[in-house]
Structure formats: structure tokens, C-alpha cells
Design a protein around this ligand. Structure first.
Ligand SMILES: Cc1ncc(COP(=O)(O)O)c(C=O)c1O
Length: 426
């Protein structure tokens, strides 16, 4: 055991890890573009974009320079009673990129807090108008983060069991498929007609943690139309789907109808620093304006609007203005498209799906799709041994790489996927 590893074992408590049985973590000491370099001289292709955040890869110089400049100029300043140019610039640029009605930007720290803020905004929006509504409609399999509000609107079971008695009431709609689409819309119509729902929250088009499950924009449009007809606020949690992941800047760009609130994080800063944004309509914002202070949105975090994170986010937006970024996104999607039928026809593969830079493969298990599939650890170890960091979600293996991944790295990862699938077929 190297020194780093023993020191880690002694003091560090890792997330989402049963430390008693988990293998030792690898010690990454450096990263550049898509490659993670470990202390023992090994290299790993970061096919996971390090929990889906490093959209431009690691060690991006444009972002690094912006961060360095900002640290010297203004590192951090309290964000109540004070503002600063980078937060203003970022708000302007994000509002300009989003549909016109999404205008008011609230800052927080990560995906979970961006969702927490959205939920609190939705509840208080109705409360401030003297029309309290206390129900939320979410979707089966949802993952919106690990704080209490975000957990409440997420899939129950597995991860949340010890906390379930503390969650607020949420109704869950089944995940849509061709066979139940209309039924679900009727169910939503019936629920919303009760007038008790403050909001609908969804991960638009792709449920990430549920196994990169993809559904149609046209169905989502119909669901949003029903919510809007019944004056239910619509929250899109774009924490994972934004910043080019689905082939467009935001997943909502595939939809005709737009949400009232959107949650952004992960790739917002290029994955370099933590930052969350919750962007709401002018109408929502107006409901918080009053002579009474108690009607204000009395929520905030010490690091709200952190100037260095804002500078990183502005630099990341510069990179999205470059044609090369979009060419890379299209190149990755084309690569998946080329390989799609070969994967679909593989005897060890149950099904394949893709959208933008996400490719997901359900491996046949004989035990259905489950997060605790025994294949998960087997796959993780296989890919790590082959220099690929991929974190399968149960029996779902997926690619969600930085956009700078090279053709060679993509091809190598693809060959290893085939090799692993074939090893299961024997
Ligand atoms: C859709 C979605 N929402 C929220 C979150 C929570 O984000 P964070 O881990 O930054 O708190 C995640 C994280 O994976 C996510 O995928």
C-alpha cells in the first residue's frame, strides 16, 4: 500500500462507497484532457467525465487562465448586499442562452442545492400568493441529488431508506414507454386537476442515474402542456443534460415547451469548480417582491455567487462559442451512430440507446436491470484494468466522455466494451 493509500484509508470517507468491501481507490495525481494519470504511472481514459462534469476535459488552459486571473482580482465576496462583475456577466450570458422567459438567476453550490432552491422557490411562489400548494409530481427512477428536498423527489429505496420517513409527499409518474405514454398523461391530468400541485420536476429527456434512460421530447411537451394548463410550475433538472450532453446546449432545446425553472450545475464551470444555478421566470421572481421581508427568498449559502466559480463558468461558455466544441460533440454522436447496430446485435447486449454524447448499453444479466447487478463490479474492474474509467450503473455501461476525447480513445473504449460483452457471452 502506497503512502497516499494508507493515509487515505486512515482519514478519508469516500462518497457512495462501502469502504469495508470496496477496492482501494486509485491515486490520481494529474489529469490532462481525457486522461487521468495515477501515482503508479498508469493512465485512465475518463469516459465518465468524472461524474459527468468535465465537459471540456481536464486541465483546460482557457479555464485555468480565467480562474488564475480571477483569484487575484476577486476571489470571493458575500453575495447579499454586494454583487460583482463575473456573477453579472454569467447571469446575462446564461439568460441569453436560455429561452427568453428564463431570466432570473439564483446562485448555489452544486446540483443538489440547485434543485433544493428550485423546490423551495416553487413552494414559496404559491405560498406568497396565499394559495399554498404542497404536492410535487416527479418521475419514477429520478435522481435529483442527496439533500432532503432533492431526495424527496427522487427514486425511493436503495439509497434513501434510512431517511424516507422525513420526506415530503411526492407522487411519482412511471417512466414513459410506447405502451403507457397516454395512460401517464391521463394520470398527470387527473392529479393536476386537484389543484394541489406546486410543481412537476423532471430530468428532461435523460434520467442519468437511473441508467441513462432516454424518453421522447414530444411526450415531455405533452406533459408540460398539461402542467401549464393546470398552473403547475415545471422544473427541468438539467444538472446532467445541459452543456451539450444531448447534442444541443440544453435538453430543453429539443422541446417545444419550456420550463418555468431550470437547474444547472456539473458542466456549468467546465467541471472545474462547484457551482449551481437555478434560473426562473420573471413571473416567479415577481411573486417574491413585497414590502414584507418574509416574502423574499430567504435562502443562501456562504459560497453563493463565488467569483472564481463564475469566472470558470464564463470561460466554459467561451469554449461553447467555438465551433470546434460542437464539431466534437457531433463527432462523438456520429461515432456512436456508426457502432449502434453492431452493439444492438451483440448476443450479450439487451439494448442500446444514445443521445448526443451519451451512449448507454444494457447488458443481459438474467436478473433484469438493477443497480446492484453483480455485473457492475465486474465491468468496473475490467475497464479499470484496461485503463478506462467508467462507472456502470448496475448492468448499464455507458460512455459520457469529455468532448475532447480523441477518435483513438473512443475506438479503444468501444473495442473494450465489445471485449467485455463477449466475455459475458462465453
Ligand atoms: C439530474 C441530476 N440532478 C442533480 C444531481 C445532483 O448534483 P450534485 O451531485 O452536484 O449535488 C445530479 C447528480 O448526478 C443529477 O444527475
Amino acid at each position: 500500500m502506497s503512502d497516499w493509500k494508507s493515509r487515505d484509508r486512515k482519514y478519508v470517507w469516500h462518497p457512495f462507497t462501502q469502504i469495508q468491501t470496496a477496492p482501494e481507490p486509485i491515486v490520481v495525481t494529474r489529469a490532462k484532457d481525457t486522461i487521468l494519470f495515477s501515482e503508479d504511472g498508469k493512465e485512465y481514459i475518463d469516459c465518465n467525465s468524472s461524474w459527468w462534469v468535465n465537459v471540456h476535459g481536464h486541465g483546460n488552459e482557457h479555464i485555468a487562465n480565467a480562474v488564475a486571473e480571477q483569484v487575484i482580482k476577486l476571489d470571493h465576496v458575500i453575495f447579499a448586499g454586494v454583487t460583482h462583475p463575473k456573477a453579472i456577466e454569467l447571469s446575462e450570458r446564461v439568460a441569453e442562452l436560455l429561452p427568453q422567459q428564463l431570466q432570473k438567476v439564483f446562485f448555489s453550490d452544486d446540483g443538489s442545492t440547485a434543485v433544493e432552491v428550485a423546490l423551495k422557490m416553487a413552494f414559496q411562489f404559491w405560498h406568497n400568493q396565499g394559495k399554498p400548494k404542497n404536492r410535487i409530481l416527479a418521475m419514477d427512477g429520478a435522481y435529483h441529488g442527496d439533500t432532503f428536498g432533492a431526495m424527496s423527489v427522487g427514486q425511493r429505496g436503495y439509497f434513501n431508506e434510512p431517511f424516507e420517513s422525513f420526506f415530503f409527499d411526492v407522487d411519482f409518474l412511471s417512466f414513459p414507454s410506447k405502451s403507457n405514454e397516454n395512460e401517464l398523461l391521463e394520470e398527470a391530468e387527473m392529479l393536476f386537476a386537484k389543484g394541489e400541485f406546486a410543481a412537476l420536476i423532471v430530468e428532461p429527456l435523460v434520467q442519468g442515474s437511473a441508467g441513462m434512460r432516454i424518453y421522447d421530447a414530444s411526450w415531455l411537451d405533452k406533459l408540460v402542456a398539461i402542467a401549464q394548463k393546470h398552473q403547475v410550475l415545471v422544473i427541468f433538472d438539467e444538472v446532467m443534460t445541459a452543456w451539450g450532453r444531448t447534442g444541443k446546449l440544453f435538453a430543453m432545446d429539443h422541446c417545444a415547451l419550456k420550463p418555468d425553472i431550470v437547474c444547472l450545475s456539473k458542466g456549468l464551470t467546465g467541471g472545474v469548480l462547484p457551482l449551481g444555478l437555478t434560473v426562473a421566470t420573471e413571473q416567479i421572481f415577481q411573486a417574491f417582491l413585497d414590502r414584507e421581508k418574509s416574502k423574499a427568498f430567504l435562502h443562501g449559502h456562504s459560497f453563493t455567487g463565488n467569483a472564481i466559480a463564475c469566472a470558470a463558468a464564463c470561460a466554459s461558455l467561451d469554449i461553447f462559442e467555438q465551433e470546434g466544441t460542437w464539431q466534437n460533440i457531433a463527432r462523438i454522436a456520429n461515432f456512436y451512430q456508426d457502432k449502434f447496430s453492431e452493439l444492438e446485435n451483440h448476443p450479450a447486449i439487451e439494448s442500446v440507446r444514445m443521445i448526443g454524447t451519451i451512449l448507454a448499453i444494457d447488458l443481459k444479466t438474467g436478473e433484469g436491470n438493477t443497480y446492484f447487478s453483480s455485473i457492475r463490479d465486474q465491468a468496473y474492474d475490467f475497464f479499470m484494468k484496461n485503463g478506462i474509467l467508467m462507472r456502470p450503473l448496475g448492468n448499464v455501461i455507458f460512455l459520457n466522455p469529455p468532448y475532447c476525447i480523441t477518435d483513438e480513445q473512443l475506438h479503444f473504449s468501444y473495442l473494450k466494451i465489445l471485449e467485455f460483452a463477449s466475455s459475458l457471452d462465453n
